[in-house]
Design a protein around this ligand. Sequence first.
Ligand code: GBH
Length: 497
Amino acid sequence: MSWSRALVFSALIAVSCSAEDLSFPPGFKFGAATAAYQIEGAWNVSDKGENIWDRFVHEDPTRIRNQENGDVACDSYNQVERDIEIAAELGLDYYRFSLSWSRILPTGFPNKISEDGTSYYNKLIDGLLAKGIQPFITLYHWDLPQSLQDLGGWTNPLIADWFSDYARVVFTLFGDRVKMWLTLNEPIVICDLSYNSARLAPGVYSPHVGSYICNKNVLLAHAKAWRIYDEEFKPKYHGKVSLANQLIWFEGKTEADAELAELTIQNMAGRYSHPIYSKEGGWPPGIEKILEENSLKRGFPRSMFPSFTQEEKEFIRGTYDFYAMNHYTSRYIRPAKEGETFRIWPLGDAEDLNAKIEVHPDWPTTASMWFFVNPEGIRKQLVWLKENYGDLEFMITENGLATFDGLDDTNRVEYYREYLKQVLVAIKEYGVNVTHYTAWTLIDNFEWVDGYHSKFGLYEIDFSDPKRTRTPRLSAHWYKKVIKAHSLDVTATKDEL
Ligand code: GBH
């Protein structure tokens, strides 16, 4: 080889080596997710019991943008075949959906199991399996039976028994066919956001009291359900169980705020992860003391943040088969200035840390007020989790963009591509064992207090059409190709619409 040819040759090698490898590891799985209240509708069919979202939207319709509600939603109760078909069109490896507790147990308790509810979920599970799609079930995505709310809901310590009784029923009914489980979706929303703001069901305002009590109870409920599966079902069914935490990535506004950022992550991710995933168990270091001091400052005679007994600590520690993360967005944090007031999370602040939350002016805004785009956040969060809790199996159980109407959602394709690229960097450069990626969401749906205003769907739904017709967006075409190619090295064009 001539000298000049050798030069050209080595330059070519350099180019091909530095070209990004956009393929996913063998065995990596792709899915999409939904939640019962957001899609099913049929809120009062058959013997279904009322749940806290039914009550919340009916009791005072102005709580929801445009006074919308989930009475019909996507009508998925009646359109289960179409939903399965969509999952198959996309070529999903799995479909993550949640069960409506009060559809299965109309009283909230296992004294009565609904045949109608059972057969609805059997249809969905069997239909998915027939197409080679694994069902991935969330037991609880925020729709508590109203009967249990009337008894105090997540602030009553008996909820650990109520929830685990429900879990046992579900594992018994569906465990022969379902191998992937999440107990709770985003306990930080169930506890912190709900009780500190009353903006979500059950609409109970109990800041820094209800939220703290709930925090401990959700962990005990999760642990109890996990142990029931582990002891009674895992030996014959060999499935995996965890819970899905919502993690916002935090960084200090200036370098001096790095320690505060770490404390913020411990106070948010950590309060719902450390007791389960850390080697030592219990609350994250430093948090109990801060929250006790805050309780005293607020005039309480003792800490309103409950401690764990040694036995409880051991009971909760290690109750996982993988780490499940929902991730959308990032924030900056800085110490509050003298006299500054605090807003409520997530648009708000970290009042317990006397800190203010901000966003970077360069992060693009979205159709949701709380949502700013920062793809690197997902990578940094994954690396943080591995550093803190060890070399676990990680699953991304939600990620996706809020947009407004329209089939041409080029910005959603961009969002998915950039966030997935960062997931690949976490895997390939930082050795994080991420095995599953779940797009939120399969079809446009009821976006809680935002009603039907902001859209997250790979498929668009026409909510003015009684048939709730589902149409693939550009992002659906793109995601389908990613799944097929097992790589981000694909393009989808508007001609496909
Ligand atoms: C997830 O929550 C949920 O699991 C899913 O059901 C939801 O559809 C999806 O993300 C998209 O939002 O109006 O200021 O009170 C993500 C966390 C919790 C962020 C609720 C927005 C309401 C903010 N979300 N929160 S606010």
